[in-house]
Design a protein around this ligand. Structure first.
Ligand code: ADP
Ligand code: MG
Length: 145
């Protein structure tokens, strides 16, 4: 009921989940920006549009999750932009428009949001098998359509 939702803030260092190593970097917002979100917004996976600085607008998938760094007492908001950037953009202003909800958070893996059973692609209209990595590609390519 909070959608569409617009948010803008600085990209900060995350807490080293190593998502980039898996090919799914997630640009983290600061605690302050996270706290400006409606407190009752559901955790889970969302999609929408994103823009870094004054750059182009790209599709994105976003995770609003419980932050293990704070023993799950605070939320984290992480955006994976469907675009290959030449460089990292820590310190830049990320603007996002969240337009839809894909599914609830799953707790078996903090990176589960793209490495899971492929239900995001089911939502978008694709098909994935259950292999984690194939799924990731599959979900991403479906989102990128
Ligand atoms: P951290 O734990 O610091 O968030 P990640 O492994 O999640 O590290 O990588 C996130 C960083 O990768 C972002 O802050 C950004 O600077 C960079 N990055 C490069 N490409 C992307 C992309 N397509 N989507 C999100 N972040 C990206
Ligand atoms: Mg991250």
């Amino acid at each position: 009921r909070h959608l569409p939702y617009f948010c803008r803030g600085e990209v900060v260092k995350g807490f080293g989940r190593g998502s980039k190593e898996l090919g799914v970097p997630t640009a983290n917002f600061s605690e302050q920006v996270v706290e400006s979100f409606p407190s009752d917004i559901s955790t889970g996976i969302y999609y929408g549009w994103a823009c870094v600085g004054s750059g182009d607008v790209h599709k994105m998938v976003l995770s609003i999750g419980w932050n293990p760094f704070y023993k799950n007492t605070k939320k984290s908001v992480e955006t994976h932009i469907i675009h290959t950037f030449k460089e990292d953009f820590y310190g830049e202003i990320l603007s996002i428009a969240i337009i839809g909800y894909i599914r609830p958070e799953k707790n078996f893996d903090s990176l589960g949001f793209l490495l899971d059973q492929g239900d995001s692609s089911a939502y978008i209209g694709g098909k994935c098998n259950s292999d984690m990595f194939e799924n990731k590609k599959c979900c991403l390519s479906n989102l990128a359509v």
